[in-house]
Design a protein around this ligand. Structure first.
Ligand SMILES: Nc1ncnc2c1ncn2[C@@H]1O[C@H](COP(=O)(O)OP(=O)(O)OP(=O)(O)O)[C@@H](O)[C@H]1O
Length: 259
């Protein structure tokens, strides 16, 4: 085993994270490290807290009335819940792609250009053009849209729209990309394209993906975390989790005994 495998660099460190919606506890005392440049999948039965925990990682739960998060989450060793943290900047560093593609009602170009302009990442139009092109290329969409950059993003197919949303996330150079069931609204071909893209993206980004689909977790992720009733039951290298789970609850889930 190499040193890098023995001690992988960690981008996100979560300790004793609990989440409450009003008086109801959705997440119980979760400890988890997200390793740099890995793809980490969250799996588990509906309602087990995958999306809730994912949203803790860029403070999206702050936008939900009555939702309370306790414990600590650090990004590169810094507390993301510290009062001095600007949530807009945090969400640029920890970007998010949602279940349903949600391009802005703007042109393809402006969908990508919006974030870099908002965050003052560019001063001149040629630099912006470069970011738009490189983000679309990285998201595997450039060849399909390069001749219609000023057409509406909402005019693209569902799979193209999801790649546009990924390009929009990439355009502000995040460290982490959170994906909440990014393929659930897509057909199998579009899903395959996104899965290949996830594989390519991990070279540059750290990716955490919630998926309902165990085959998808097996295909795309380096490690998989199994959630059940608000607990993080097990996190293991993906092949180990599916072939040799450590926990009986994980085994019951992957063998289809519930879920
Ligand atoms: N906005 C909310 N207000 C109140 N309760 C919520 C809210 N969002 C989620 N919950 C509750 O928190 C628990 C965890 O839900 P969450 O959506 O995180 O689970 P999940 O594992 O992502 O489920 P699914 O796979 O069905 O998307 C559930 O009991 C759910 O009902």
């Amino acid at each position: 085993m190499t040193q890098a495998q023995a001690n992988p660099a960690t981008t996100v460190t979560a300790r004793n994270v609990e989440v409450f919606y009003g008086d109801t506890q959705a997440i119980k005392g979760i400890d988890l490290d997200v390793h740099t440049n890995e793809v980490l999948s969250f799996i588990g039965p509906s309602g087990c807290g995958k999306s809730t925990f994912l949203r803790c990682l860029n403070r999206m739960n702050d936008t939900i009335a009555g939702c309370r998060v306790t414990g600590s989450i650090e990004l590169d060793g810094k507390d993301i819940y510290h009062p001095s943290v600007d949530e807009v900047l945090l969400r640029a560093r920890v970007g998010m792609v949602f279940q349903k593609p949600n391009p802005f009602p703007k042109s393809i170009y402006d969908n990508i250009a919006y974030g870099p302009k908002l965050h003052g990442l560019v001063e001149r139009k040629p630099e912006l053009d470069d970011i738009v092109e490189s983000s679309l290329r990285r998201a595997g969409l450039w060849e399909e849209v390069k001749d219609r950059l000023h057409a509406p993003g909402t005019g693209l197919s569902g799979g193209q729209q999801q790649r546009l949303c990924i390009a929009r996330t990439i355009a502000v150079s995040p460290e982490v990309i959170l994906m909440d069931e990014p393929c659930s609204a897509l057909d199998p071909i579009a899903t395959g394209i996104i899965e290949e893209l996830i594989h390519d993206l991990k070279e540059k980004f750290t990716i955490v993906i919630v998926t309902h689909n165990m085959q998808q977790a097996a295909r795309v992720s380096d490690r998989t975390a199994f959630f059940h009733l608000g607990d993080l039951v097990e996190v293991s290298p993906t092949d180990e989790l599916f072939t040799n789970p450590k926990n009986k609850r994980t085994e019951d889930y992957i063998t289809g005994r519930y879920g």
